[in-house]
Design a binder for this molecule. Structure first.
Ligand SMILES: Cc1ncc(COP(=O)(O)O)c(C=O)c1O
Length: 464
């Protein structure tokens, strides 16, 4: 082989700003001994969040079956493990049959998929209303939500004129995966000033433009709560998405990984809004976010509703997705077990319940307090405007008063150099032309953020 290699141009076309030049510069600064505040990535345990005790106690027993069996026989030796942990770990080991070290079904452990379906039914109450129970055979366990999103995009993009409607700004998994599959990203722009809401004309404008260029739009991605906007979508907007999906023959890809990060505000799933309409729906959830923050364990699920038949075959789309999953053999087992824990939790009245509740509450309250503190500081910054109800783990303020000739990348770099704050500039996610933003992940410890905010305010007002 020569020293130069030709690489798939689609791989070269992929971009992922969350790990781009700003965090790279931050890493250099950290190496040189500067203190940095990494607000660039939604990686809770990477920033000091402690794992939920109940989850890790169960995982550790599942990884140590000899100990689990021993404790099952001699509960008095349990030491730090509560009886309910031993009991649940035992049930999960039995449910899995083969434990953590064997390949599993490509769709993931059946007992976990059944638990996912029960969780969805309890959450959405569709089962009791219209016989729309979630079907475990339409659930795929995946290595993080990313795995599920990629399966769906790979299957739907069948040629260079196939498009996917994606919010702008968006989480770059979507733009990168569409680029890799050789499809067309068709952007739609939620209305920032009304809290990143959606309406029919926003969506139809983008669909009309795509159609006039010969692009066949197959699906719409909705991220709720949003990344990077952090905004929680209202039900009226969701209904408009469903109306447009019905009329334009679109599937809906509902990225709902932040469904626990709503800070006391009501949240509705797309499954609930779609109801019994025959619109293909792919819903994603993950162990990486919420209060669990288990990003490194790579657990997630994809639930499919109204799976359509695949043209020219006798297959449904779910069967095609399963074929993709089978090429990867199976999702990792610890991620699957964590999905089970995410959708079940400790049983009522058990010893673990109280601690679990406390840990959950502390994490979510802390996130909300940090978001509020940052948002309050924005009001002291000239031309810093932040729209939408706080959700997810991000704030995405608009920089309305940058000096002429300066973009959000320059601002974020200067902010980093002066204060150590690592953020991602708006252009990394896409944004309406002529606007500038930045994304702040409110995950570093409260004290660190509290200390840096006055310096950010001072920097900002001087800079603009
Ligand atoms: C909107 C959104 N979807 C999906 C993901 C990927 O999550 P996972 O770790 O489950 O692959 C992220 C991660 O930040 C995200 O923000």
């Amino acid at each position: 082989m020569s020293h130069v290699v030709t690489v798939n141009p689609r791989i070269l076309a992929m971009e992922y700003a969350v790990r781009g030049p700003i965090p790279q510069r931050a890493a250099e600064m950290a190496q040189a001994g500067r203190s940095i505040i990494p607000c660039n990535i939604g990686n809770p345990q990477g920033l000091g969040q402690r794992p939920i005790t109940f989850y890790r106690q169960i995982l550790s027993l599942l990884e140590d079956p000899v100990n689990l069996e021993r404790l099952g026989r001699a509960p008095s030796d349990a030491g730090t493990y509560p009886a309910d942990v031993i009991e649940m770990a035992g049930e999960m080991a039995e449910g899995s049959r083969t434990g953590t070290g064997a390949y599993t079904e490509s769709a993931g452990f059946k007992f976990v998929r059944e638990a996912v379906s029960r969780f969805i039914d309890a959450r959405d109450q569709l089962d009791s209303e219209g016989g729309l129970a979630s079907d475990p055979d339409q659930v795929l366990l995946t290595d993080g939500a990313s795995g599920g999103a990629v399966y769906v995009l790979e299957a739907l993009i069948s040629g260079p004129q196939d498009g996917i409607l994606v919010p702008i700004p968006q989480y770059p998994l979507y733009s990168a995966s569409i680029a890799r599959c050789g499809g067309v990203l068709v952007g739609y722009h939620p209305d920032e000033e009304s809290g990143w809401t959606l309406n029919r004309s926003i969506l139809e404008r983008s669909l009309g433009e795509a159609r006039s260029k010969g692009v066949k739009v197959k699906a719409i991605v909705v991220i709720n709560p949003g990344n990077p906007t952090g905004a929680l979508l209202d039900v009226a907007s969701m209904k408009q998405v469903v109306d447009v999906a019905r009329e334009w023959d679109l599937a809906i890809i509902a990225d709902e990984v932040y469904q626990e990060n709503t800070y006391g505000r009501p949240w509705t799933s797309f499954a609930r809004v779609v109801g019994n309409e025959k619109i293909p729906l792919f819903s994603l959830h993950s162990v990486s976010k919420g209060f669990y923050g288990e990003c490194g364990h790579r657990g997630g699920y994809l639930e499919i509703r109204h799976s359509p038949p695949v043209e020219g075959t006798n297959l449904t789309l779910t069967e095609v997705l399963l074929k993709q999953a089978s090429v990867n053999l199976c999702p990792n087992t610890m991620g699957q077990f964590l999905v089970h824990l995410m959708v079940t939790g400790p049983r009522k009245g058990t010893q673990s319940e109280e601690l679990f509740r406390r840990e959950r509450k502390t994490i979510l309250q802390d996130l909300e307090a940090k978001a509020t503190m940052i948002r309050d500081s924005f009001s002291k910054m000239d031309g810093m405007e932040c729209f939408g109800r706080t959700g997810a783990m991000y704030l995405f303020p608009r920089l309305s008063r940058l000096p002429s000739g300066v973009g959000d990348f320059d601002y974020c770099m200067a902010l980093l150099e002066e204060t150590g704050m690592v953020t991602v500039n708006g252009a990394g996610f896409g944004q309406a032309e002529g606007t500038n933003h930045l994304r702040v992940a409110f995950l570093p410890p409260f004290e660190l953020i509290e200390k840096v905010m006055p310096r950010w305010v001072e920097f900002h007002n001087r800079y603009v």
